[in-house]
Write a protein that binds this ligand. Structure first.
Ligand SMILES: [Zn+2]
Length: 558
């Protein structure tokens, strides 16, 4: 049997988040495998209330664990490394990353009480990792976190370029610029690029992307013009932005204070790994509160409205001794990720009620995206001239649009969503298999399948409320006393004006008195009958059918 080159996305293709991609090379079904990124995505109240993190279902990888030669991390964003501590223990392969990313991944493992010595630091191209049939080089690209990398994966079937998340930025403030000369070289070595797996996030944005450095002047002007306290929020991992903000604050004669554990950790790791140099001196929160508000700038976590982060705390009142007042300014130097709009707007209104001027990115002055826009994608296609283009990192509409662009240029392409295994050996991609895949939830400290029913039950209880019914049946199969009811998440009184709990109890007790023996003796029948009555009564009284739990206790004859 001849060898083949395969690609299999398990997360990140058909959604933005939980990036997890697999490449393989070898005889069919026996390919050696590498995994690119182990990311998470975040839950929301509507679809996954109470869930802590969402990640790809790694069942297929677990079933093929002996074939995995290594895990490669392109960069340190949560949607690329966030599942390390949860999925790595199932895979146990060596992990390769550049220094800053490796450091973040190590912290994650250590915080979870796991070993971190399998994470190996790799220097960028021309250094390479040779494992199994693969030769993998990390190539610096610009993005919104330091040390982002594309992977150049050489296989006996040809060269694959996995872009990771990237933008074209010649002056990214912190970290390496996108280097067209290097990419020209990559495109022209050997037989060139066979496959380009490419970021699709901004495929619908038709203007060329802007450099991080274009924000320096507008941010300086904005902060210099403020009178009261200035607070700015952005992603903690956007170290370049933190630097620009801090420098703008210092230039305006303000002391700068970082609030939020994630933010201080990012700056610390960036300094320790030499990614960040010359970050302005900052004050601790304890010292910051002593500074007059007109001389103070806070840079804080929580740009996406996260409930427990500093932004939300400040919108609710005093936090670590700081309090926002009339005449202060709050800057969102960030984009609100779809799904977070309501939380962010709620915070903006709360700040507005305090008399705080809220500045966001409406005009594009105070934030730039970390992903390549359509003209930039075009430029990369033209630079790399791949034989095959596989769109990744996007919702279905992004992938499809990106594939259309490729097809229009005569590049062979395929829309491959999570679970679609593609054979890349020939001149065109070929779908060869659909792998059963899905999502896994971290719920508290336990991993559960998204389809296990746990969260479905939780949503039903949240939406419908809950009734607990307890009845006792004596040794002679007769009800002992009345039914006993507890309500949770339901109004106390219904249409009749009476106490809902009592009304349900009375109906149930009346039923028990006259119920035939065959129902009383049979747990299932009794359960069903009591449940039906409770739901019926609730429907009449409050117009809702709650979830019902029936507990039947039977006394045994001595
Ligand atoms: Zn990213």
């Amino acid at each position: 049997m001849s060898d083949r080159l395969i690609y299999l996305p398990l997360g990140g293709a058909g959604e933005i988040g939980m990036n997890t991609y697999v490449y393989g090379y070898g005889p069919e079904g026996k390919e050696r495998l590498i995994v690119v990124d182990l990311g998470v995505t975040f839950p929301d109240m509507e679809g996954s209330p109470g869930v802590d993190l969402i990640m790809a279902d790694a069942a297929w990888l677990e079933a093929n664990v002996n074939r995995i030669d290594g895990i490669f991390l392109t960069h340190g964003h949560e949607d690329h490394i966030g599942a390390m501590a949860h999925l790595w223990p199932k895979l146990k392969a060596p992990v390769y990353a550049r220094r800053f990313t490796a450091h973040l991944a190590q912290l994650k493992m250590e915080e979870a009480g796991l070993p971190s010595d399998m994470i190996r630091i790799v220097e960028p191209r021309p250094k390479a990792v040779e494992i199994g049939p693969f030769r993998v080089q990390f190539v610096p690209v610009s993005h919104s976190i330091p040390e982002s990398s594309a992977l150049v994966i050489d296989t006996p079937a040809g060269r694959v370029v996995h872009t990771g998340d990237f933008k074209l930025d010649g002056n990214p403030v912190v970290g390496e610029p996108f280097d067209p000369l290097e990419w020209h070289e990559i495109a022209h070595e050997g037989t060139g690029v066979k496959v380009l797996c490419c970021d699709s996030t901004n495929v619908f944005t038709h203007t060329p992307g802007r450099s991080e450095s274009t924000l320096v002047a507008p941010l300086k002007d904005l902060i210099a013009a403020q009178k009261g306290m200035v607070v700015a929020t952005t992603f903690a991992s956007n170290v370049a932005r933190l630097k620009t903000l801090a420098e703008a604050g210092r230039a305006a004669g303000r002391s700068v204070c970082l609030l939020g554990r994630a933010m201080r950790k990012m700056v610390q790791v960036a300094e320790e790994t030499n990614v960040l140099k010359g970050f302005p001196a900052t004050l601790s929160p304890e010292d910051g509160v002593e500074v007059g508000r007109e001389k103070l700038m806070l840079i804080v976590t929580g740009s996406q409205g996260e409930r427990r982060a500093a932004t939300a705390q400040l919108s609710r009142g005093k936090y670590l001794g700081f309090e926002m007042k009339e005449g202060d300014t709050f800057l969102f130097s960030s984009k609100t990720i779809p799904g977070n709009e309501r939380s962010v707007i709620r915070i903006m209104n709360a700040l507005s009620e305090m008399g705080v001027d809220v500045v966001d990115d409406r005009g594009g002055l105070y934030h730039v995206s970390g992903h390549a826009n359509r003209p930039d994608l075009d430029a990369v296609h033209d630079l790399l001239r791949p034989q095959i283009l596989i769109p990744m990192h996007g919702e279905h509409r992004h992938l499809r649009e990106h594939a259309k662009i490729a097809a229009a240029k005569g590049i062979a392409t395929e829309v491959a969503t999570n679970g679609t295994m593609i054979d890349l050996t020939g001149v065109a991609p070929k779908v060869v298999e659909y792998i059963e895949t899905g999502r896994v939830y971290l719920d508290g400290t336990v991993l559960i399948g998204a389809l296990d029913g746990v969260v479905r039950d939780r949503i039903r209880m949240a939406l419908n409320g809950h009734v607990l019914i307890t009845v006792i049946i004596d040794e002679d199969d007769a009800p002992l006393g009345d039914a006993w009811v507890e309500l949770m998440g339901l109004p106390e009184r219904g249409k009749s004006g009476g106490d809902l709990m009592r009304i349900v109890e009375d109906e149930l007790s009346a039923f028990l008195e006259s119920a035939p023996d065959k129902v009383i003796r049979n747990d299932d029948k009794l359960d069903e009958a009591l449940r039906r009555i409770a739901r019926q009564v609730a429907m009449e009284e409050i117009g809702k059918k709650p979830e019902v739990t029936v507990v039947v206790s039977r006394l045994m004859a001595e």
